[in-house]
Each structure stands twice: as C-alpha cells, then as structure tokens.
Write a protein that binds this ligand. Structure first.
Ligand SMILES: Cc1cc2nc3c(=O)[nH]c(=O)nc-3n(C[C@H](O)[C@H](O)[C@H](O)COP(=O)(O)OP(=O)(O)OC[C@H]3O[C@@H](n4cnc5c(N)ncnc54)[C@H](O)[C@@H]3O)c2cc1C
Length: 487
C-alpha cells in the first residue's frame, strides 16, 4: 500500500501509467533509492498495452527474450514470441516480485498537471483528488488511444463493431462474415487467428505491408529449465536477439540493404500465395522498414484460403450491412473489426500538462513533438517522458529504450538530490540543436526516404517517432545524466 505520506497527497515522484514503462519506472527508481513514489493508473489493473489488446492472435513481434526487462526474464515462456496473456502474466508477476503493488494505485486518472515554480513541485489533479510531486514521470504509452476512422454509416451498421484494442470476447464470430479494416500489425495477427471459425473474412487493405517470416516456435521445457538455471544463458540469448534486431535497424539506416531484405518477404509471399494477382496487390511499392517491420508465417497462408478475401481498397462507407470500398466493392458482413491502430504519439495529457510559463505540452508541440533525448522537454521542469519523441524504430524493443531512459531519469533525480536544487529544465538551445541533428540524420533513413506514408510522421509532417542511429548509441547517450544540458 502507499505510505501515509503518499496518501496525504505528496510524493517525491509520481509515475502516471502502469504498463511496461510505469512498472519499470517504479522498480528502477525504488532500486535507485527513490522510495517515496506512487504509480497512478487509470484502469482497474496494471498491464497497459497487454491488458487492453486481447484480440485473438495478439502477441509481441520482438522475441520475448528481448521484449522483457533486462533484470528479470520470463522463465517458463511457452513460445519464442510470447502471446498477450503470457506478457500480461509476466508484468503482474514482476510487479508483485519487485513490490510495485506497494506503490500502485489503480483506478486513479491524472486529469491535469501544473508546474508550480515557487514550490518547485508538480500539482496534480486526479480523479481521486489533488496531490503534488517533485518529479513527474509520464508513462502513458504511445500505443494507447485507439484510432477509429470516420466512416459514414458505421454508426448504423446492424452488427457488432469492434476495435482490436477494445476486444469483446462475447462477440461470436463463428459462422459469421467478418469485415476487417486495416492490414497492419494487428490485422496480420488477427486474420489467421479468426479465419478458421468465420464463414468468410473480408480484409480491406489500403496499403500492402512487407511481412517477413516469424520464427515463432514453442520453447521446450528443457530449454526453459536451462534458461532459468544456467548462469548467463538468458543474457546470451538476449544479446543474440538484440544483435538480430539491430541488424534490421542498421539496414533501415541504409535503404539499399533494406531493399535486399525484401527478397525474403517476396519469397515467403510466393511460396504461400499461388494467385499472381493476389501476390501483386500484396506487394508493397515502398522500401521495407518505411513502416513498422511486420513478421508472420501464418498471414499469407490465411489470405490464400478460399473464404478469405483481400480487397485492396480503403473503406469509404458502411451502408446497411454492407462495407463499401473506394473501388466500389460491397461486402455484406455480420461483424466489423477495426484493425486501424492507434493515435501514435498523441499524448492525451499533453493538452493538460502546464509548464513553467503556463503553456501546455500541446502548445509547445504545435510545430511538432520534440524533446531532449526523448525524455525532457524545455519549459517543463522535473518532467520525464517515457517512450517520448524520436526514440524508437521499426525493430527495436521498447523495453530496451525505456530502461535506458530510466537510467537517465535516476541520474537526474540523484543530481537534484545531491545539489539540493529545486528543479531541472533542459536548455532550449540544447533541445533545439539536438533535434536538428536528429532530423538531419533521419533524412537518409528508410523511415523518411522509403517512399511511404507512416505513423512515424506527426501532424506537422515531421518524423517525431524514429531514432536515426543505433540503439547502442541511444543507450550510451542515456547512460549518464548530463547536468550541463540543463538550466
Ligand atoms: C498489439 C501490440 C503489440 C506490440 N508489440 C510490441 C513488440 O513486440 N515490441 C515492442 O517493443 N513494442 C510492442 N508494442 C508497443 C507497446 O505498446 C510497448 O512495447 C509497451 O508495452 C508500451 O508500454 P507503456 O507502459 O509505455 O505504455 P502502455 O502499455 O500503453 O501503458 C500506458 C498506461 O498508462 C495508463 N494511462 C494513460 N493515461 C493515463 C492517465 N491520464 N492517468 C492514469 N493512467 C493513465 C494507461 O491506462 C496504461 O495502462 C506493441 C503494441 C501493441 C498495441
């Protein structure tokens, strides 16, 4: 349970959100000696992404030995790529093992945060009353707000309409004609998982995706036994998987190499899909890596089945029980599933976090989201973003990045404590020159030069999602807090 001090509404550190980032923050900060801390989570339980995305087939696409905290692996994992339930169980078990439960308050939403310069504190309004914090860590996640496309007539569709991230298990798909809107990361997991029970699946694809084979095999119990008992083995496997993911990241910085990888995706498509026309509409015209890298060995075989139909068109309307494509396709359906992803990078709290001069984060980001090392934003003292702008790429494990950020946050808080200073704010000039270097380096990467539109680009037309260099370089930069960057 939170301490009496915290119950009274004061904490040294308030962490908002209890997904991978918030749980990791609680563990690393407590281990670094910041025990006066509280984690506020608006949902009824922890888990974030892995609590919310319960659609059939949901799993990680970075191997699990890498997609977990470095300090505790997932012994007993059943597959190379863990499924949603397993990841959720892992997060619950880790939170319990490291005492996060003691500082976690679920069912409390942070509504507003205002920096009080005279007190050197953040004043928070929550659904459970007001509280203050010396430092505020926003761990509210980039993949949190589902994107519902505005489709005329959708509201009067007579059957159920679901979003992959707000699944409803009571909706029966057996024997139904199911329309799936979108062909990204969620769709390629969902379609193979539901097609066997559906009478027909109609997949509406706006843009084809490069899909590499996914080596998702079961892990024999003996291997798990060794992983949890042989010293250093888990770390070695993790290092190997890190190296493999970094090879992709390297290729994404060198588009000719990324184009070489496309032959593996083409070969898998040719083996699974005999129909030449279907292959044609499934082949992208942009360079691999321009959108998030996808992997699946079951997606193309599912699309080759006679009751699964790919419609290479955007959905423009729903009329009665018919889903209408821009090319005139009309498909009568019993259920519609939106596999349309998220408002990536749109931090709902951004409009309600007020910095030193009263401006909100949303005001500061009007020209595009930017931060220093994706973590600190000039004008917002003692505020730390986890998985903030320009930190990720199409193949990195988010956990590697957020752990590195937490090393930086701990360094900043140690500095505050040591120096007895009230606040730390990154200098505007430091933030500006850092971001111009990031944008310059992005220009030649496949993310910017690959010839596609992607969620890596914010509303201002700037890539505010991707990190342009190696993950190792990011980890090195975040490994030491640099007080000289701050005012
Ligand atoms: C289907 C899917 C598969 C993915 N697979 C991978 C993968 O293989 N590898 C990878 O690296 N990444 C993957 N991701 C990205 C994934 O989101 C991140 O890896 C990671 O889980 C993000 O964790 P987080 O804690 O930052 O955010 P989240 O998990 O989104 O957690 C944020 C939490 O903040 C809470 N919250 C939000 N606002 C408030 C508020 N105002 N007050 C209180 N609480 C609030 C939310 O309820 C939520 O619990 C995947 C994402 C999805 C959707």
């Amino acid at each position: 349970m939170p301490t009496a001090h915290q119950e009274a509404g004061e904490a040294q550190v308030v962490v908002v959100g209890a997904g991978f980032s918030g749980i990791g923050a609680a563990i690393q900060l407590r281990q670094a000696g910041f025990r006066d801390l509280v984690v506020l989570e608006k949902a009824g339980e922890l888990g974030g992404t892995w609590r919310d995305n319960t659609y059939p087939g949901c799993a990680c696409d970075v191997p699990s030995a890498l997609y977990c905290y470095s300090f505790t692996g997932n012994p007993g994992g059943r597959r190379v790529f863990a499924g949603q339930r397993e990841i959720c169980d892992y997060l619950r078990a880790t939170a319990c093992r490291y005492g996060v439960d003691e500082v976690l308050r679920c069912g409390v939403e942070v509504r507003r945060a205002v920096w009080d310069a005279s007190a050197g504190r953040w004043l928070l309004e929550t659904t459970d009353g007001a509280c203050t914090a010396r430092a505020l860590v926003l761990a509210t996640g980039p993949w949190h707000c589902p994107r519902w496309p505005e489709i005329p007539g959708l509201g009067s569709f007579p059957g159920p309409v679901l979003h992959t991230s707000r699944w409803n298990e009571s909706v029966e798909l057996s024997g139904r004609r199911v329309a799936v809107v979108g062909s990204g990361a969620s769709a390629i997991q969902l379609v193979p998982a539901i097609e066997a029970r559906a009478a027909a699946v109609h997949l509406f694809q706006r843009t084809p995706q490069w899909v590499l084979p996914k080596p998702d095999v079961a892990i024999p119990p003996a291997v798990n036994w060794c992983l949890s008992r042989v010293p250093g083995l888990h770390r070695a496997v993790r290092a190997g998987q890190y190296g493999m993911q970094e090879a992709f990241v390297y290729a994404f910085r060198h588009p000719p190499l990324a184009r070489l990888l496309q032959s593996a995706a083409r070969a898998q498509l040719r083996l699974a899909v005999r129909d030449r026309e279907l292959r044609r509409v499934l082949t992208p015209h942009y360079t691999m890596g321009c959108k998030r890298l996808l992997s699946s060995s079951t997606y193309f075989p599912a699309l080759a089945k006679p009751h699964v139909h790919l419609h290479p068109t955007a959905v423009v309307a729903v009329e009665g029980n018919e889903v209408v494509g821009a090319d005139g396709t009309r498909e009568a359906s019993d259920a519609i599933i939106m596999a349309t992803g998220f408002h990536i990078g749109e931090l709902p709290l951004a409009g309600r976090v007020h910095g030193g001069d009263g401006r909100t984060l949303a005001d500061a980001w009007r020209g595009g989201r930017e931060a220093y090392l994706g973590t600190m934003v000039s004008g917002f003292p003692n505020l730390f973003l986890l998985l903030g702008p320009n930190l990720l790429s199409g193949a990195t494990s988010a956990v590697t990045v957020l752990e590195a950020q937490l090393t930086y946050v701990c360094g900043a808080l140690h500095h505050l404590r040591r120096e007895g200073a009230a606040s730390l704010d990154v200098a505007p000039s430091v933030q500006a020159s850092y971001n111009s270097a990031v944008q310059k380096a992005l220009r030649t990467t496949v993310y910017n030069a690959g010839g596609c539109a992607s969620y890596y680009f914010g509303p201002g037309g700037r890539n505010d999602f991707c990190w342009p260099w190696s993950t190792g370089r990011l980890v090195r930069l975040l490994s030491r807090f640099d007080p000289a960057a701050c005012t």
